[in-house]
Design a protein around this ligand. Sequence first.
Ligand code: IP8
Length: 254
Amino acid sequence: MILVKLGGSVITDKSKDMTPRMDIIARLTQEIADSGQDCLIIHGAGSFGHIKAKEYCLQDGIGHPDHKQGIDEVQMDMRKLNGLVVDAFHAAGMPVASIPAGAISIFEDGELMELPANIFKHYLDIGITPISFGDVVVDRKKGVCICSGDDIMTHLAKELDIKKCIFVTSEEGIFSHYPPDEGEGPIPDIEHGQDIKFKSMNTDVTGGMERKLELIFNITSTGCDVILLNGLVPGRLKDALEGKEIIGTKVRGG
Ligand code: IP8
């Protein structure tokens, strides 16, 4: 079984509030359908979640004076984006079951405590592709917090028998230095736990890459391989799902 995350930077225009990239959503969902692989789908928020989540400080809980409105709006916006992704799967001929993290998970001080993987497993067993997404979720300490699609990916990779995780991003893969040289490709293979020394003039970029790799190593520690690829390039997701060699970064399970 393959766990796929459709990143928010691919399926939305992150710079414009609530702007989906309908053509890309349609193509990626079709590629998943055409691959014929058993998948479990997670998607990110992009401009349907991050802008307002930040505005209402929802990662910090319920301290904002208008937090009730913020929770309501961000949850509603995420369900709108999810509806668009679900519609695209239907158009591609794939039956899916939407499972919002906000309805089934419990966090404590920003850490995921409960998210019943058996619900996902059950849908898979009856031949329906489960689809979840980053959401506003209940937090026993803070009131609410943000559950990212990455939190769901990591949790399900640990709980279910996942062979491969694919992060569909707007980047070619992981590079060791930023910006990459003209014509340079991403690091094709990384071993679980390998020490990659990132170089960039911008410490945000270095820190961001280190965090991304830390998240990936958390997943590869379960033994499953992780692939990071550019979903803006047609066919790359389908090729990766079918086990073909692609341009991107593969991190081997440890
Ligand atoms: O885009 C964030 O999910 P992500 C979810 O996977 C919200 O990080 C609601 C901002």
